[in-house]
Design a binder for this molecule. Structure first.
Ligand SMILES: Cc1cc2nc3c(=O)[nH]c(=O)nc-3n(C[C@H](O)[C@H](O)[C@H](O)COP(=O)(O)OP(=O)(O)OC[C@H]3O[C@@H](n4cnc5c(N)ncnc54)[C@H](O)[C@@H]3O)c2cc1C
Length: 449
């Protein structure tokens, strides 16, 4: 991009524009996953909706790529483009809470921690994810699995409306009464339909949270996973349980349950009693905890700036063979930071009809993830291979469905797996709102023919 073009861009936006030689450029282009090392020609710190619209017009006129960075947490790295314009939302941090109507309006640079920080002191909450630095925008647009999904649904199920800058640079509202098809697409369809400049959410009353980790010796992994399967067969909506095989913070390989109950505390203790009674744990941190603290429990385990390569997929059930694959492959991991996780989806999130939102995976089922994470740039191939080997071994037990927000750069077939029966409707919506596929730095759904 020429200096003259950058000067023009600067005239068209109010936010700061950084070029490669500018101080702060490298920090601004870096995202959570250190594998992503791309150099946009210009980074625009979006100051509001008008800047987003100006960037769309500017990039369109010059046929430049445009990428959008919400919280910068996505491992696929679509937030950063090579050689084009990166629209950085990081300075848009406003959250307005309407206590009377139980809604909140948030800007697209807000992280889960920012959002919870604004709502939970009022005893109000929206179901989001589990690591506080994740951006609400990317998380919600892809679905949003988290501690409260059993009780209140996914983040996208609680998205009531949004302001969107379209591929033509027009500003439109999406709600149940205005452009309802667009709202349907934003509830899981990712960044395919436009730049979201405002998100409006439903809030719920925040009840007592009882949560934490139950850690067991690695040798007990098979029993832990079997017991996990048993618990999840009778899980009330208020309880979320995930299982993981990982290194503890002091470097010891362990298996663990992560639990989060949200509801009446006496009932919670009753529900948790059988889980507590399972074998003697090496450590038990489960107890009443402020929700915002529980929500940041994994922040230290997943710090930014490390190398990530993930593979994950849904499983209809949790067969013994899948447990064996997880246990065997964990033993062969090539980095102490890597882990395997099984999440369970149930309750409200699983009962919403598959065609009610773009996110189609509405069952009581599991998600199996291999998180390859390492700190040394010389180890890329070793760690990628570990994840790929795990994936090949796990594939026979997966249902052929994928969660779009956990995808790396995995190609068109995996995007189809993420949308299943909703794919064709999404492609038709893409044709309506973005017929030239201008917004293509995402898990892309090309416009229908
Ligand atoms: C450590 C870690 C923990 C995670 N935990 C969870 C979890 O508990 N639950 C869960 O569901 N997911 C989780 N995820 C996945 C997470 O939901 C996705 O990575 C999500 O995309 C992150 O959103 P972001 O805004 O931070 O990402 P970004 O990298 O900033 O954005 C990702 C993509 O979203 C789109 N996008 C972002 N902002 C906008 C916008 N304003 N308008 C239009 N499109 C936009 C763009 O296509 C962009 O490329 C986790 C990821 C990590 C790394």
């Amino acid at each position: 991009m020429s200096q003259a073009a950058v000067e023009e861009l600067k005239e068209q936006v109010r936010g700061e524009v950084l070029r490669p030689a500018d101080a702060g450029y490298d920090e601004a282009r870096c995202i959570y996953n250190a594998m992503i090392d791309r150099r946009p020609a210009a980074i625009v710190f979006c100051s509001g909706t008008a800047d987003a619209a100006a960037c769309v017009r500017f990039a369109r006129e010059r046929d430049l790529p445009l990428s959008i960075r919400g919280g910068g947490h996505n491992v696929a790295g679509n937030a950063v483009c090579e050689g084009g314009v990166m629209l950085h939302m990081g300075k848009l941090k406003g959250v307005q809470v309407d206590v009377k109507n139980r809604t909140a309006t948030a800007q697209p640079g807000v992280t889960l921690g920012d959002y919870d920080g604004a709502t939970t002191p009022l005893d109000l909450v929206t179901p989001l994810g589990v690591v506080s630095r994740t951006g609400i925008a990317g998380l919600t647009l892809g679905g949003g699995l988290g501690w409260l999904m059993g009780k209140h649904g996914l983040a996208c199920d609680n998205l009531l409306g949004a302001e969107v800058v379209t591929a033509e640079g027009k500003i439109v509202q999406a709600s149940e009464t205005e452009n309802a098809d667009l709202l349907w697409g934003l509830r899981g369809g990712g960044g395919n339909f436009g730049i979201v400049t405002e998100l409006r959410y439903r809030l719920h009353r925040l009840e007592t949270t009882i949560g934490g980790l139950l850690i067991y010796p690695l040798e007990k992994s098979k029993e832990v996973l079997r017991f996990f399967r048993e618990i999840t067969h009778q899980c009330p909506d208020e309880l979320m349980v995930a299982a993981a095989i990982l290194n503890s913070p002091d470097g010891i390989p362990v298996s663990a349950f992560v639990v989060c109950y949200n509801g009446d505390p006496r009932q919670g203790e009753k529900v948790l009693a059988p889980i507590r009674a399972f074998g003697p744990p090496v450590a038990d941190t489960v107890g009443p905890v402020p929700f915002i603290q529980h929500q940041s429990m994994f922040d230290a385990t997943y710090p930014p700036g490390q190398f990530h390569y993930w593979k994950s997929g849904f499983m209809d059930s949790l067969p013994e063979e899948a447990m064996d694959v997880a246990i065997e492959h964990f033993a062969r991991r090539s980095s102490p930071l890597s882990s395997l996780m099984i999440e369970h989806m149930h309750g409200v999130a699983s009962r919403i009809p598959a065609d009610a939102t773009a996110f189609p995976h509405r069952f009581d089922h599991y998600n199996l993830s291999g998180f390859g994470i390492w700190a040394d740039a010389r180890d890329h191939e070793l760690n990628r291979k570990w994840v790929q080997d795990f994936w090949q071994a796990a594939r026979p037990y997966l249902s052929g469905r994928a969660y779009v927000n956990y995808l790396s750069q995995e190609g068109a077939d995996r995007v189809r797996e993420a949308y299943g029966p909703n794919y064709d409707r999404l492609a038709a919506l893409k044709k309506k709102y973005d017929p030239t596929n201008f917004f293509r730095f995402n898990q892309n759904i090309p416009p229908a023919n």
